[in-house]
Design a protein around this ligand. Sequence first.
Ligand SMILES: *Cc1c(COP(=O)(O)O)cnc(C)c1O
Length: 462
Amino acid sequence: MAKFVPEPFRIKMVETIKMTTREEREQKIKEAKYNLFNLRGEDVYIDCLTDSGTNAMSAGQWSALMNGDEAYAGASSYYRLIDAAKDIFGYGYFQPVHQGRAAEKVLFPTFLCKGKYAISNMFFDTTRAHVEIAGARAIDCVVPEAADTSLRAPFKGNMDVERLEKLINELGAENVGLVVMTLTNNSAGGQPVSLKNMREVSAVCKKYNIPLDIDAARYAENAQFIKMREEECKDMSIREIVRAVFDCADMFTMSAKKDTIVNMGGLIGVKDGDSPLILKIKANCISFEGFYTYGGLNGRDLECLAVGLYEGLGEDYLKYRIGSMQYLADRLDEYGIPYQAPIGGHGLFLDAKKFYPNIPYYEFPGQVLSIELYKEAGIRGCDIGSYMMGNDPDTGKQIESINEFTRLAIPRRVYTQSHFDVMIEAIKNVWDRRAEITSGYEITWEPPILRHFQASLQPVKR
Ligand SMILES: *Cc1c(COP(=O)(O)O)cnc(C)c1O
């Protein structure tokens, strides 16, 4: 069984967290209308709602912050960021933006409009939303292994390349505005994509002249998986793997709040530094985000991002990061608790369908399990299933997700081995009592788009 990989860092500053009782938490979640996004952070003990922007910055980043140049245009911090990004990715143009969805908002309308399609191994929720906001339709095309949570395949995040080509032929290549490869595949459970699959997808895109975008939020964790699991890459450095992966694509959109280990930030990269696309990106950026040398970020944020790009690719750090996931997974295996296996890079995706087989998708098993974990130990996770998927934009009907997950996303460099042990014990307790839960939740109010962030719910009474 995997041991906890010791942290390659030590603690210099601590943050106190409040301890609450089960009675208090039952009251809090009721007041939050059974939506974990409505809870106050201070009422959470271990916050696994997301690994996005919840990372701990390093001493190196905090000291770089003091060098922030706040010039409106042409800040030296901007050039430091561009130099770091060029060094790592080898692309011709980079656009800082305030976070991942801003990258999508700036880039997607240049390729997508009504009547067009975007195809991905799997779209993340905000990414899907920005395809739809641009007027287009989003199609997921992940390999079928992703739906089988007990099947231990090495690259369950891959694109189904055969189906991709079939889809392109059915829809007409001219109607497919964009192909998006999400690394790692967040919605499939943080599952990695192989370099081989990237190369195959790239070849299909070239054949049909369709631009290929990498949704690069967790590209570093993906590179570590490639190093561990793809035979031909085992002797490559992480940096070499990253280059090989990004060489396959034409551009990337990145939420830097994940693998770049900052609290806020995003980046767009375009391989061809002379592409006419760059003028459109700058124009959209100036309208929505701010002048193109700051993109909605402070100069100090650009500094932290430049340092974080390198730290996120640290070989010891990535070994610890993926190793700590393996520690979690091995304990769950010991108790026979079902999750998307093998474990992904940024969190644990518990298979809520197997916890609660009698709760139908429209009563949101993933949401049920998230609420039980909060009540049990103050752990905040979230639903990645039918509750998150929402309603079909054409029919208004609830979509049935292929998986019903409760995601416990692990913030980077924040929690220790003892926090991991608290999580494991809580999950086991909830698993042991699973038969007591026989009904789920219903929505009493929802907004039309990205409803899971804001909706109100109540327990279904039978
Ligand atoms: C987080 C995330 C996004 C959106 O990024 P934000 O910084 O949250 O706006 C897009 N795609 C994937 C895969 C993500 O994980």
